[in-house]
Design a protein around this ligand. Structure first.
Ligand code: FAD
Length: 476
């Protein structure tokens, strides 16, 4: 008999528990991806992520064809399409990965009910998109951890399941109709330096990143458009260099983890196996990813509402229209903020240190509602992820799980510390490209030729001391 394997945020063939379970129990499987109308309606299907998704689906289809199968692509209401395909294939079971958002929970419930009405079963698998299942690492008597450190302690104590082998053959029944997988060349409005998607690409990047950690030289990545999009750093140096904005020495695996072209279980097992401070610090970041997911799974409303209310009187987008627009466009007059916002627009990706300081600038220095910033990030980020984005925004805004909710990052101090030579600013802000050294972080203090070199650059949209004062007053 036949089973359906519904792919969602797990667009790979290696280490794939739903596919493995289906192949073990059925003689043929239908590998299915449904372009869910509800995701489009929610405004979540933006060009950068659609392009990456298109690469992933094409690669998944190619991988399946190498194994004697193919990918079936449909679009519409996910529940209706899955039921339709299950009926066409006369499948007894549908296998899929668990997910954490409110939308995913509702969708899963609806799907189970609809399938059961037709005499079919839904099997939902954990540890496909996370290392630990949300809800499996809990403090006594409560449904989730609200503080990372104790969570991480417990997370580290648990066993990680073994990595599953790639399937050799995936027999797919004849006669199930499919749309052509989408093609990124049909899309417009993409960031020019956008990364490529797909399982092969993800695995090549992971291998290069980990090779660095095992000490046989530098990562072997391409250099993209020369601005950093293709740089592959080195896990061995992660602990020392992850905050270096210009060094760009993080893994850039985030879109692959978001779309599931990499298995977080495999990433953690392989990196963990290397040992050393770099690999350990990197594994800890993967635990942060699980941490935010277990918060959102337990409190789905935290995607849109304050996880902890601070009674903020956020300025709305309308009240701060010009400042918000300057922030979005990277012309706030604070060079490191502007550099990071322009990296976001150019690559559909931003360095974590940049995300922290630009988010703090919006939510605290400008005191604008964090949801305005989170939305802009989701409009552009190729790794834009409801759990990671919203929970990190809340962390920075001080409405989430940060134990120091009133800390404000000063963009000048951040720039001098994490871009000490000013190279990151000069890379992304051409108006300042000729300004030498760390003075580039305070163009308003430049004199003489350096001032002349910075002439085309924006005036500051806010005075830092005034911003800080407004925030302190509001939070007191
Ligand atoms: P690395 O430093 O190499 O880390 C490895 C992996 O660990 C990442 O790929 C990611 O999956 C995970 N990770 C790292 N840092 C975090 C973190 N703080 N929280 C959760 N997981 C983490 N990450 C997203 O994947 N999607 C988002 O939409 C997103 N939005 C963010 C918004 C804000 C305001 C902030 C402060 C952070 C956000 N992050 C988000 C987390 C983090 O910035 C990115 O995961 C990271 O920069 C991706 O680059 P990398 O793959 O090179 O990371």
């Amino acid at each position: 008999h036949t089973s359906v394997v519904l792919f969602t945020a797990d667009l790979r063939l290696h280490d794939h528990p739903p596919l493995r379970a289906a192949l073990d129990r059925a003689s043929t499987v239908v590998p299915l991806f449904v372009r869910d109308r509800a995701v489009d309606a929610a405004g979540f299907a933006v060009p950068n992520r659609l392009a990456f998704l298109a690469d992933c689906l094409r690669d998944l289809d190619a991988g399946l064809r190498e194994r004697g199968g193919r990918l079936v692509v449909r679009s519409g209401d996910l529940v209706e399409e899955v039921c339709r395909v299950a009926a066409e294939a006369d499948a007894g079971e549908v296998h899929m990965a668990s997910d954490v958002s409110a939308h995913a929970h509702r969708r899963e419930d609806r799907l189970r009910t609809a399938l059961e009405a037709g005499g079919r079963g839904l099997v939902v698998h954990d540890t496909v998109t996370t290392v630990r299942a949300p809800g499996s690492v809990t403090p006594g008597g409560r449904d989730h951890f609200a503080v990372f450190t104790p969570y991480f302690r417990r997370w580290s104590e648990q066993r990680t399941r073994p990595v599953l082998d790639d399937p050799r053959r995936v027999p797919v029944p004849e006669g199930i109709g499919s749309e052509e997988p989408p093609d990124r060349r049909e899309l417009s409005g993409l960031s020019p330096g956008l990364a490529r998607g797909g399982e092969r690409e993800g695995r090549a990047r992971l291998a290069a990143w980990l090779r660095g950690g095992s000490g046989d030289g530098k990562g072997a990545g391409d250099v993209g458009d020369g601005k950093g999009a293709g740089v592959v750093g080195d896990v061995g140096e992660y602990e020392d260099r992850h905050d270096d904005l210009a060094g760009d020495a993080t893994s850039r695996l985030s879109p692959h983890l978001h779309f599931g072209t990499l298995s977080p279980v495999e990433v953690v097992r392989e990196a963990g196996g290397l040992g050393g401070p770099g690999a350990e610090a990197f594994v800890r970041q993967l635990a942060w990813r699980d941490f935010h997911r277990q918060v959102l799974a337990a409190r789905p409303a935290a995607a849109h509402e304050d996880y902890r209310t601070r009674h903020d009187r956020w300025r709305t987008e309308r009240a701060a229209r010009e400042e918000v627009q300057a922030w979005r466009e990277g012309r706030t007059g604070y060079p490191v903020v502007d550099a990071a916002m322009r990296q976001l627009r150019h690559e559909g990706w931003m360095h974590n240190r940049g995300r922290l300081l630009t988010a703090s600038f919006l939510a605290k220095t400008l005191y604008v509602d964090w949801r305005v910033g989170a939305r802009h990030f989701l409009d552009l980020l190729v790794d834009g992820d409801l759990a990671n984005n919203q929970m990190n925004w809340q962390w920075v805004a001080g409405t989430g799980t940060d134990s120091r909710p009133n800390r404000v990052l000063n963009p000048v101090v951040q720039g001098r510390r994490f871009d000490p030579e000013g190279a990151y600013v000069r890379r992304w802000v051409p108006e300042l490209a000729e300004v030498p050294g760390a003075g580039v972080h305070e163009p308003w203090k430049l004199r003489g030729a350096a001032r002349e070199a910075a002439r085309g650059y924006a005036e500051r949209v806010v005075d830092l001391a005034e911003g800080l004062e407004r925030f302190r007053r509001a939070r007191s």
